[in-house]
Design a protein around this ligand. Structure first.
Ligand SMILES: [Fe+2]
Length: 250
């Protein structure tokens, strides 16, 4: 089964629509799932949630979704200096203020993880586990420089075996590695990439009878329109700079 996995849309409806159009133009995709962080940082949290509901795209809760959905005190995002902390606060307050009751209920209802079995639940595997950050917490950053031991510990926590795959987002930087026969796939980010490439990112994974295949996809979208929209609603210019540079500026 070939899956399209989209993560970290972060209220960027322009990027999401470009990615969905790209997926629609491809053949042979069996299902689309989202890996959370639907809201925060950009102008359109309600529109992003509505689009996913219209398309019946199931998925899981990112840290931004679960914190907004439960009225937590902050988004659980990593900050490295006082200005980043201030920006994180502005984004969180904006999102709390504009999300509708329907959106908030949807975010609160999202599951922590999803498990897929492309060959059916009547056989043991392969398994495809979807989480936002890690199998233990959606706030923990699973970066490409994490050790093999870290990866294997997470796989053990989740009960994964050789031939299985775990996919996650949260860091906004795509990567793929195989350790001990388990495939670890970071999807990257649809609406707020941090790897220096401003195009929307998602991943196609093929899992089933054959060896797993992982394909990272980048899609150009109307960055100017997304930046104009967040400026119009009064979000700081740094968020627009971030989108234009693919996270190369903070
Ligand atoms: Fe995120």
């Amino acid at each position: 089964m070939r899956y399209a996995l989209i993560s970290d849309v972060h209220a960027n409806i322009h990027a999401l629509d470009a990615v969905l159009a790209d997926i629609d133009n491809r053949q042979g995709i069996g299902a689309v799932y989202h890996l959370g962080d639907l809201v925060g940082y950009s102008a359109f949290p309600n529109e992003v949630v509505s689009r996913l509901q219209e398309r019946a795209i199931a998925g899981i809760a990112g840290n931004y979704d679960s914190t907004i959905g439960t009225d937590y005190k902050h988004c659980g995002c990593k900050v490295e200096n006082p200005r980043q902390e201030e920006l994180a606060h502005i984004s969180y307050e904006y999102t709390k203020r504009v999300v509708s009751a329907v959106t908030k209920q949807y975010l609160a209802s999202l599951p922590f993880s999803l498990e897929l079995r492309p060959l059916g639940g009547h056989v043991k595997g392969p398994r495809l586990l979807l989480v936002h950050g890690t199998p233990t917490l959606n706030t923990l950053y699973w970066t490409a420089d994490r050790s093999d031991e870290f990866c294997l510990t997470m796989a053990k926590n989740a009960g994964l075996n050789a031939g299985d795959m775990v996919a996650f987002g949260h860091t906004h930087k795509p990567w793929h590695r195989e350790v001990g026969g388990v495939h670890f796939v970071n999807t990257g980010s649809v609406g707020r990439p941090k790897d220096g490439d401003p195009r929307a990112g998602y991943v196609l994974v093929d899992l089933g009878e054959s060896a797993p295949v992982v394909e990272f996809v980048r899609v150009p979208y109307e960055v100017d329109a997304a930046v104009q929209a967040l400026t119009t609603v009064g979000l700081p210019s740094e968020f627009g700079d971030f989108l234009r540079s693919g996270g190369a500026t903070t």
